[in-house]
Design a protein around this ligand. Sequence first.
Ligand code: PDD
Length: 293
Amino acid sequence: MSVYDYVLTQTNFVRKDDLNYPFEERGLQFGDGIYEVIRVYNGKYYLINEHVERLYRSAEAVRIELPFTEKEMYSHLDELLNKNNIESDAKVYLQVTRGSAPRDHSFPLNTTANLYAYVQDLPRKMNIMREGVTTITEPDVRWDWCYIKSLNLLPNVMAKQTASEQGCFEAILHKDGEVTECSSSNIYLVREGKVHTHPAKKNILHGCVRMRVEQFCKEESIPFIEEAFRVEDIQYADELFLSSSTAEVTPIIKVDGKPVREGMVGEITRKMQEKYEQDAGIIESASIFAKEV
Ligand code: PDD
């Protein structure tokens, strides 16, 4: 998937091949930084306010001073798409670290944050959204502040790798049997017409798409119950689905080798996918519901 040439940094736009990363960098040495992954459809951001607001919340939580005001951030992010002439479906990866300084655990003095943001093509994952994905369950060994979108992703990486090695798309994470979220997405269980998901407490990421799923449920008068479900509840699920900026709303059809609803995608999941497409302004011919030619 190609990365476009112009990269936004804290000082200016540079070409990606001219980027010069410092040797001692707190993101590299400590994972001391935060990030966002923002979806772009037809050259336009989706849920940009939600992502930028979360970035500022994460920055405040870890006391990183961002190099731009929120207003400047919006205009730089727009310019990033314009400079790269983006008209297609893509994602923007944006990260901010505490900066470059000799290695020492405590915050360095007089150091400014390092920021970069780049654009990469990201066609929609039509097959997985139509057919659903398989998953495994894994213990959630992360810290208690997962609402911060921090660069410390080693537990997520390990869980995802375990899933991949078993031919699965995602790892469903649980703390002592209580399902929190997935390694890089939020998760929902549908039972008797109600959507259940872990409450937006500090120990999960408050997904931007999750906020929309909540709104979609409201609009459709589907109860959205923010109460954690347990791994053993999955066997009684009518439907299971996940959400993220890259996977949108994706059905889960298998967990630990056992089919959910005999591997069929459920109606509420389909409704959420339909509403997502409407909300994101996806045109009919690009819809997952369009007849394949
Ligand atoms: N991940 N939970 C976790 C642990 C995540 O990493 C993500 C997103 C989500 C969903 O958040 P959102 O709806 O705002 O994308 C939930 C991104 C896509 C990533 O790390 O690549």
